[in-house]
Ligand binder design. Structure first.
Ligand code: AMP
Length: 218
């Protein structure tokens, strides 16, 4: 039976970093809805052009478009053993759609780790965040700097600051997260799947908590 982990947490809490590490350790595919949109924007696909109009303002891309993109990604062979979902679902409607999709793949959401941190920490982390152009590896100039400034340690590609990591957009993204994701957190808590993790711990400690959560619920 495949294993599906839904990582929840506000922008800047370290979801992407942790999903990359967890994917390496468990062999589960890492699916980041934000990365999929950014890939489409880079390739100037119709989906990318549409998504950009929402993303540049910090708004959510409409559910139907997002759900279709994730369904397509989950159907690929590297997801046969399961996946770590990062950034999806964001709304209860997306969570319902995910349940339906996973039934089709003979699976279910096993565990929903929720990583938390105070808002001022998130804003400051995002303004120091640099992302790799090639595969979305994430660095932080204060706490997790690359060996060479502006260059990804993993694939040597250029590091850049995301447009939506600017302070005003960041605050809006956090507000939207709080507004849209609170019902989702309640939904997964009511289903006994939520596992809270303190995002102020070190990267290694957060990873350990995630591994513990995965083992306890699989
Ligand atoms: P992220 O990289 O997860 O911070 O996502 C960046 C942006 O992509 C978000 O601010 C949204 O505009 C869009 N996005 C990512 N995931 C979703 C989703 N599940 N539903 C709707 N929009 C999304």
């Amino acid at each position: 039976m495949p294993t599906y982990i839904v990582l929840i947490g506000p922008p800047g809490v370290g979801k992407g970093t942790q999903a990359n590490i967890l994917s390496e350790r468990t062999g589960l595919a890492h699916i980041s809805s934000g990365d999929l949109f950014r890939e489409n924007i880079k390739n100037q696909t119709d989906l990318g052009k549409l998504a950009q109009t929402y993303m540049s303002k910090g708004d959510l891309v409409p559910d139907d478009v997002t759900i279709r993109m994730i369904q397509d990604r989950l159907s690929r062979p590297d997801c046969e053993v399961g996946a770590i979902l990062d950034g999806f679902p964001r709304t209860p409607a997306q969570a319902d759609a995910l349940e339906d999709m996973l039934h089709g793949f003979n699976g279910r959401v096993n565990v929903v780790p929720q990583i938390t941190a105070p808002q001022d920490v998130l804003v400051s982390r995002l303004s120091d965040r640099w992302t790799c152009r090639e595969s979305g590896h994430i660095f932080n100039m204060k706490s997790n700097a690359p060996k060479l400034t502006g260059v990804c340690d993993f694939d040597g590609s250029e590091l850049y600051q995301r447009d939506d990591d600017k302070a005003e957009t960041v605050k809006k993204r956090i507000e939207i997260y709080m507004e849209q994701t609170t019902p989702l957190i309640k939904y997964y808590r009511d289903h006994g799947k939520l596992f809270e993790i303190n995002g102020l711990q070190s990267i290694e400690q957060v990873t350990q908590s995630l591994m513990d959560a995965t083992k306890s619920k699989s």
